[in-house]
Design a protein around this ligand. Structure first.
Ligand SMILES: Nc1nc2c(ncn2[C@@H]2O[C@H](COP(=O)(O)OP(=O)(O)O)[C@@H](O)[C@H]2O)c(=O)[nH]1
Ligand SMILES: [Mg+2]
Length: 336
């Protein structure tokens, strides 16, 4: 807060706040460059993130989020590109977030994505953004969510999150989506077998892409068997066959996604999903903030190294170490 008598001349904190609110003002007005800049701040774990998100307001009515997840090379970006074309024909605007925790932003996978999405470049109704960092405030899923909130604030009707790979990070990010499409291909049997449990659980729509390749029939049968054996729920996850490159099955995919979106609303599932997500975000942001507080309060890397050493040597239990850290932070708080 500015001190009393401050006339705004040169208080850097004040200046910063004004800058952030003017940036967010532009985002709310649909300025895509401002949107991109804000997302960069989020991605870099900037100290201004809380201020940005506060200024953007509590966007409770987030645009529906479609998650597209599955192994690398399955055709996710190609499918997203084709799906976006269907939305655009209906006049629906789309914000896309491609999340790849494994590669830097300049990496090959994302570069490929940009090329595949290039047909929509120049269309102001489509916003494509990559996000790669793990360092973001509250983790990748929280950063992805904040980016999607800003896209909603900028006026996009539909949001799509493409997550590369199928590790825990990606499943977490997929958890942000309202409707998760799991994309698989024929001949990826072994790979799929290994990750089966995780993806079967998160999938609302299953897509067997590259249905033009040999083995599509068997792969589809296998996938159907797995899906029907998975969780028993009110929503029956459809299994669709697509050829993203020639846009076969894309209208069906679009319809399945829209059907799931309507079902979420009518069944009340949407609000319980949002509530679960709100709790998750709250926890991850709180953990992150408390950790930063600890860092600022004396639990620096040197102190951390000492404690780690002590725990590893058996001189101190991890629980005992945490007690000490808390005591040390409290002391530093009282002295400040
Ligand atoms: N034969 C065939 N190739 C496809 C299909 N969909 C995508 N591809 C190709 O598969 C490769 C990987 O696609 P991409 O969309 O980048 O996959 P992602 O890594 O899952 O995003 C590209 O060369 C695409 O042209 C399909 O349905 N059939
Ligand atoms: Mg891709």
């Amino acid at each position: 807060m500015p001190a009393a008598g401050d006339h705004g001349s040169g208080n850097p904190r004040d200046e910063q706040c004004r800058e952030i609110s003017s940036l967010v003002e532009k985002v709310l007005g649909g300025d895509l460059r401002a949107l991109a800049r804000s997302i960069s701040l989020i991605e870099n774990g900037s100290a201004d993130v809380s201020e940005i998100m506060r200024s953007a307001g509590a966007t409770t009515d987030l645009a529906p989020i479609v998650g597209v997840t599955g192994p690398s090379g399955a055709g996710k970006s190609s499918l997203v590109d084709a799906l976006v074309a269907v939305y655009r024909r209906a006049g629906v605007t789309v914000g896309i977030l491609a999340v790849d925790p494994t590669s830097p932003v300049t990496g090959g996978a994302l570069l490929g994505d940009r090329v595949r999405m290039s047909r929509h470049s120049g269309d102001a109704g489509v916003f494509v953004r990559s996000m790669a960092t793990r360092g973001a405030l509250g983790g990748l899923a929280a950063a992805a969510y904040d980016a999607l909130v800003l896209m909603t604030a900028a006026g996009f009707d539909r949001l799509i999150v493409e997550t590369v790979g199928v590790g825990q990070d990606e499943v977490d990010v997929a958890g942000v989506a309202d409707t998760t499409c799991v994309v698989l291909t024929p001949g990826a049997g072994d790979e799929v077998q290994a990750i089966k449990a995780g993806i079967l659980e998160v999938g609302d729509v299953f897509v067997l892409n590259k249905a033009d390749l040999a083995g599509a029939e068997q792969a589809e049968a296998q996938l159907r068997a797995w899906v029907s054996g998975a969780k028993e729920e009110a929503w029956t996850a459809p299994v669709l066959r697509t050829v993203a490159t020639s846009e076969e099955g894309i209208e069906e995919l679009h319809d399945a996604v829209e059907r799931h979106t309507s079902w979420l609303r009518s069944s009340g599932e949407a609000s319980s999903k949002r509530r679960a997500l709100a709790r998750l975000r709250l926890h991850s942001l709180l953990r992150d903030r408390l950790f930063r507080l600890a860092r600022a309060g004396g639990f620096d890397r040197a102190r951390e190294a000492e404690l780690v050493e002590a725990i590893a040597n058996g001189e101190l239990g991890a629980h005992g170490a945490v007690e000490r850290i808390i005591a040390e932070i409290s002391t530093s708080e009282e002295n400040s």
